[in-house]
Structures are given as structure tokens and as C-alpha cells.
Ligand binder design. Structure first.
Ligand SMILES: [Fe+2]
Ligand SMILES: [Fe+2]
Length: 472
């Protein structure tokens, strides 16, 4: 690809890229590395096919969702910030009421860089995790949705790299390189967060991931959208518009699996739909248990001095800080936390700033209750007596105060022996994963759908399900 092609034509943007020679040069050096990463670690196959993709070409109502068939390597990964708010002030923490930063404040440089790198690392990681899924797609519609998610995660990487290269000088450029060097699941150079090193080997896991893990992304972005560092806030705000589709893919994906299972249960009058090529409801529940717990970990420790510092400095707020809260210093308030003391559960009042990770996690949990309700409505429609439930936030955690202790699904402390003996009934076993993978047969005929999942109720952008979403 000709490097000279880097301009507002090739990289749609609203950051006046053509006026900033230094930034343009930095991106010119980074772009071929990104493209070679995309070829190596992006979707396996289909790179030469036309895919019906949504491309953001501006941030206004008409421009951000531009649909058309493009080859993935020709996708125009753009750089967009939401419109600036005039005279924006820092809305929370110790710097409340002072002008929002347009440049990185020296004393918060490292903290901001860490927040941006951590967020940025998740974007290419998920593309790597999903790279083989095209081989087993249940329909062309799903294949297209997978690729839409992939190219947008690529764009989110661009968004974070833009911030690093514009505002963090030489070490920003080094971090931008590092984002292309780590690899999901790699022993020597893994991605930063554990969930982003978990393999996504089947489409049920993909739907769980886009529901639970992309939704963690939503909450991280909501908290960064409040940041006093204005370019980060505006970047996060725009990313949220795209993230909504990723969660749609997840929640409706699981719903369609549930629908198909219910249909098979009625047709054959049995709970065990495995012989008929369906995924039993209690196995779907086990996938929920696994991915939900893993995604809860992403919010970090319950008690966190980092979280307190980020809030105090005005770097990372609560979700909807300005809209949903009246008091923005969080100074004299406490969070009633369930903690472990002398081997039992008890309550402790934690200074609110130190509990900011937990506050964000609670909003996330409420949001997940809604997806569970949606799936339960689908079950109820078939007149089947079964309910999906979210486990306690203490179950199966590997980060924070509950990690290293053993809890059942209800969050009760149990012995290690009991935990070990029951874990196979709570999260998918190897055999069950093998079974789910055995159902994953590629279906790429327009209008056809694999047998383990129901077709969607409608297509993308008013097109029917039968539309040729990927031209083969
Ligand atoms: Fe993303
Ligand atoms: Fe996403």
C-alpha cells in the first residue's frame, strides 16, 4: 500500500489529520505494521471477499453508519472523536470545575497512558481470539457480523493509537508498536488482561464474549467518556456508538441459540436436545457462568487505590457520572462491601473512591440482568419451565478479594473439596466444549442457517436474512 495515500481520503477522520504533519508521519509508519498484523492475525480467509460492512465516515447522524460491500483490507479505518463540548470542565474528583485538559497533564501522564494502553490492548486481542471463526460460521449473516465486529475492533485500536501518537511522544509511539506485538494466548507475549487470552473456539463462546466481554468494554468506555482528558473522553464517546452493535450480536446470538433449543425440546419432547444437534439449556447456562465470571474480573480489584487515584485526578469517572449522580467528589461516602474476614463473609464500609471498580461492576451487572431476562422471555414463549440466572459476583473469580476462595453459584463460601466436586456441573467440561465444537459446521449459502441456531428475525440495515452479506 502506498504510504503517500495516507490522507483524509484514505483515513476518514475529523481530527484535521492533513494539517498535522508530525502525526501523519507517525501514522504512516504505523499503518503498514497494522495491515501486516491484520493479514497475519485478522480473520482467517475471506480477505479477498466483498463483505457488507458499516463504515464510519463522519460522526454525524448520516455519516457514522455507511453501508456497502468492501474487502476487509480495504476497510477505511478512520479516526473519529465525538464533537467537542464548548468550554468543557472536569466534572468530578479533586479538579472539579477546572477546564478539561486538551493536552496530557504531566502529573497524570503515566496513569493516562496506562489506561489507554490497557483499553487499546483489548481491541486487537479480540480480533486475534476470533480469527478462525469464519471457518465455522452458522450463516452468511453471522459471518458478516463477525467481520463487522472485527473491523471495528481494528478501528478502536486506531483510536487508541491516535491518542498515543498524538499526545504521548516517543513512548506513545513505542506503546503503539507494542499493541501490534503482543498476541492473545501467547506464552511469552500475552495480551494484558486474562479474558483476552481465552480462546474463542466456537460460536456460542463468540456470542457469550460479544454479550459479556464487549459489555465490559462498554462500561470501561462509559467511565473514560467522563475523563477530564478531553481527547480521550471524545474518543470513547464515539467508540460507544459502534460497541452497541457488538453487544447486539451477542445478546441476539444467544437468544437465537436458545430459540432453536426450545424448538427442538418441543419437537422431540425432551430436555436433552444433543442427539438432535441442539445445545441444551443447562449447557448454555454453563457457558454463561464461565464468560460472566471471566468478564467480571475485567473490572479489577474491589478495593483499589488505582481506581481511587483515577477518580480523584478526574481521569476515569463512574458510568454516566454527569447524568446520573448529583455529588461528584465521592469524598465522604462509603460502599457497603461484602468482604472476607477470618474465613467468613462479612460487611465492610469502603471509602467510595476506593470502591470505584465495584461501583462500575454493579452497573454492569444490572445491565446483564436485562440480557438474561431477554433470554428467559424467549424460553417462556415456548411454554418451557426454565430460567437462566447470573451467578453471584463472587463465583469463579481470579481477580480481586474473592479470587483464591471457593464460592458456589449463589456466592456462599464452600470448601475446596465441594467446589472441586461441583465445578464440572457449573462451567463447561472439556467433553461439552468438544460437543459444542462438533456442531460448528460452516454454512455459507445465502438464506441458510446451521441447525443449532435459529435464523435472526431480521437482517442488517433493512436487508432480508437471505441477502448476500458476504460475496463468495
Ligand atoms: Fe472495541
Ligand atoms: Fe467491541
Amino acid at each position: 500500500m502506498a504510504l503517500a495515500a495516507i490522507n483524509s481520503e484514505k483515513i476518514p477522520n475529523n481530527v484535521h489529520l492533513s494539517d498535522d504533519k508530525r502525526l501523519q508521519r507517525a501514522l504512516e509508519k504505523w499503518q503498514p505494521k497494522f495491515l501486516s498484523w491484520w493479514q497475519d492475525m485478522g480473520p482467517e480467509g475471506f480477505q479477498a471477499n466483498d463483505v457488507y460492512l458499516r463504515t464510519a465516515i463522519s460522526v454525524d447522524r448520516d455519516g457514522w453508519a455507511h453501508f456497502g460491500h468492501v474487502k476487509m483490507p480495504d476497510y477505511r479505518w478512520g479516526i473519529f472523536l465525538s464533537e467537542a463540548e464548548k468550554d468543557r470542565e472536569i466534572g468530578f474528583g479533586d479538579n472539579i470545575g477546572t477546564p478539561a485538559w486538551q493536552e496530557v497533564p504531566g502529573e497524570h501522564r503515566n496513569a493516562l497512558k496506562r489506561l489507554i494502553v490497557t483499553q487499546g490492548d483489548t481491541e486487537p486481542a479480540s480480533v486475534e481470539q476470533q480469527r478462525l471463526l469464519g471457518q465455522t460460521c452458522p450463516s452468511l449473516y453471522d459471518l458478516r457480523n463477525l467481520f463487522q465486529v472485527n473491523v471495528e475492533e481494528g478501528r478502536h485500536l486506531w483510536a487508541m493509537v491516535y491518542l498515543l501518537q498524538s499526545y504521548f511522544g516517543r513512548d506513545g509511539r513505542e506503546e503503539a508498536e507494542g499493541l501490534l506485538e503482543r498476541r492473545s494466548g501467547d506464552v511469552d507475549k500475552p495480551r494484558i488482561l486474562t479474558t483476552f487470552n481465552e480462546p474463542i473456539a466456537d460460536w456460542l463462546s463468540f456470542f457469550m464474549f460479544t454479550n459479556f466481554t464487549d459489555k465490559d468494554g462498554k462500561y470501561q468506555l462509559l467511565s473514560l467518556a467522563e475523563s477530564g482528558f478531553d481527547p480521550l473522553a471524545r474518543t470513547a464517546r464515539f467508540m460507544l456508538t459502534e460497541e452497541a452493535h457488538h453487544m447486539f450480536v451477542g445478546v441476539t446470538g444467544v437468544e437465537r441459540v436458545v430459540r432453536r433449543t426450545c424448538e427442538l425440546m418441543k419437537e422431540y419432547d425432551t430436555d436433552d436436545v444433543k442427539p438432535y444437534g441442539g445445545i441444551p439449556l443447562d449447557l448454555i447456562q454453563k457457558y454463561i457462568n464461565f464468560w460472566y465470571a471471566s468478564s467480571l474480573d475485567l473490572f479489577g480489584a474491589e478495593k483499589s487505590s488505582n481506581a481511587a487515584n483515577y477518580f480523584a485526578a478526574g481521569l476515569k469517572g463512574r458510568a454516566w457520572e454527569m447524568k446520573k449522580y448529583d455529588e461528584h467528589t465521592a469524598m465522604n461516602d462509603y460502599y457497603d462491601m461484602t468482604v472476607l474476614e477470618d474465613g467468613r463473609l462479612t460487611h465492610s464500609d469502603i471509602p467510595l473512591r476506593n470502591a470505584m471498580n465495584e461501583v462500575l461492576r454493579d452497573r454492569y451487572i444490572e445491565d446483564n440482568e436485562k440480557s438474561t431476562e431477554k433470554w428467559n422471555r424467549e424460553v417462556a414463549k415456548h411454554g418451557i419451565d426454565y430460567q437462566f440466572k447470573l451467578a453471584s459476583k463472587r463465583f469463579h473469580r481470579t481477580v480481586g478479594i474473592y479470587a483464591g476462595h471457593t464460592f458456589n453459584l449463589q456466592g456462599e463460601l464452600i470448601s475446596q473439596e465441594e467446589y472441586k466436586s461441583k465445578l464440572d456441573s457449573w462451567i463447561p467440561t472439556e467433553d461439552e466444549k468438544v460437543f459444542v465444537r462438533s456442531l460448528m459446521q460452516q454454512v455459507i449459502e445465502p438464506g441458510k442457517c446451521a441447525a443449532w441456531i435459529a435464523p435472526p428475525k431480521k437482517g442488517i440495515n433493512q436487508n432480508p436474512f437471505e441477502f448476500e452479506y458476504v460475496k463468495l
